[in-house]
Design a protein around this ligand. Structure first.
Ligand SMILES: Nc1ncnc2c1ncn2[C@@H]1O[C@H](COP(=O)(O)OP(=O)(O)O)[C@@H](O)[C@H]1O
Ligand SMILES: [Mg+2]
Length: 263
């Protein structure tokens, strides 16, 4: 799968946005990347996707360093897809159906098969009813949903979700959590967020990034019980960890687990 090996990334204006970052996507099924604004999450994703090229270090896919020529990148992006934080960066201004079909049309796939795939991807994100809508009439939450659906169309092995819950209401965030859970059966998922409750419940392995450096990593339960790392990165603890520590309750992984187990 994907390994990020000691990469630096420097923007043209001299900002060193990633410093010696190493990440192994085999560490979990749903990997969380947490860090505050400007910590380097999106920059890291763009490096993993091959849109940006590290100034030092390597990204490897199945033990081979990724190549940056057009053809190699086109092949690579059938295996690794990303949902951008801002859905407007991802959607063109056309009907939902055409928007989703676009990458497949580029591959010369028969329209019948395309139709099937678009329907399946829309069903996965519970947005089949939007298929005929122009994307510019969609609400923000609907756009997010369609952009996640669009990233599924390729049947990729790895899905990068950059702050998938930002700007969503609680019900929609909950749904994104369940979409992630379903998808994790068939592909590796990496989610970035500064929403600790969401990450704690959705992910099994976590990397903490701060000012372009990985401050810590581990299984969710260990990372969120580590006071030093959280303090250093300026992040909040998930509420389930807080009640575990302050009310002497067991450490539950989700609200429903807590409610099922109360006396
Ligand atoms: N195009 C760019 N040019 C220069 N600096 C950038 C650019 N994009 C991001 N940065 C800087 O890189 C750092 C990391 O940004 P980013 O990866 O967007 O963080 P995050 O996604 O965690 O909020 C920040 O200091 C940000 O200001
Ligand atoms: Mg970002």
């Amino acid at each position: 799968m994907i390994k990020v090996e000691s990469i630096d990334y420097k923007y043209e204006d001299g900002t060193l946005a990633l410093k010696n970052v190493s990440i192994d996507l085999d560490k979990g099924k749903v990997i969380g990347l947490i860090g505050g604004n400007g910590s380097g999450k999106s920059t890291l994703f763009l490096n993993i996707l091959g849109i940006l090229k590290p100034s030092k270090g390597k990204i490897k896919y199945n033990n081979e360093p990724i190549k940056y020529d057009k053809k190699s990148l086109r092949d690579y992006r059938q295996k690794v897809t990303m949902v951008f934080q801002d859905p407007d960066k991802q959607l063109f201004y056309s009907k939902v159906y055409d928007d989703m079909a676009f990458p497949l049309r580029n591959l010369d796939i028969a329209e019948d098969e395309i139709k099937e795939k678009v329907n399946a991807s829309l069903a996965e994100v519970k947005a089949l009813d939007l298929i005929e809508k122009p994307t510019h009439f969609l609400s923000y939450g609907q756009k997010k949903r369609i952009s996640i659906g669009g990233a599924l169309i390729m049947d990729s092995k790895v899905l990068l979700l950059d702050e998938p819950t930002s700007g969503l209401d609680p019900a929609m965030s909950k749904e994104v959590k369940s979409i992630i859970k379903n998808l994790s059966q068939e592909k590796r998922i990496v989610v970035s967020s500064h929403d600790m409750d969401f990450i704690y419940e959705a992910c099994d392995y976590i990397y903490i990034i701060s000012k372009g450096e990985i401050l810590g990593e581990g299984v969710a339960e260990d990372v969120f019980l580590d006071k030093d790392i959280l303090e250093k990165s300026g992040l909040e603890k998930p509420w389930l960890v807080k009640i575990h520590e302050n009310l002497n309750l067991p450490l539950y992984k989700s609200e429903s687990e807590l409610l099922e187990n109360r006396d």
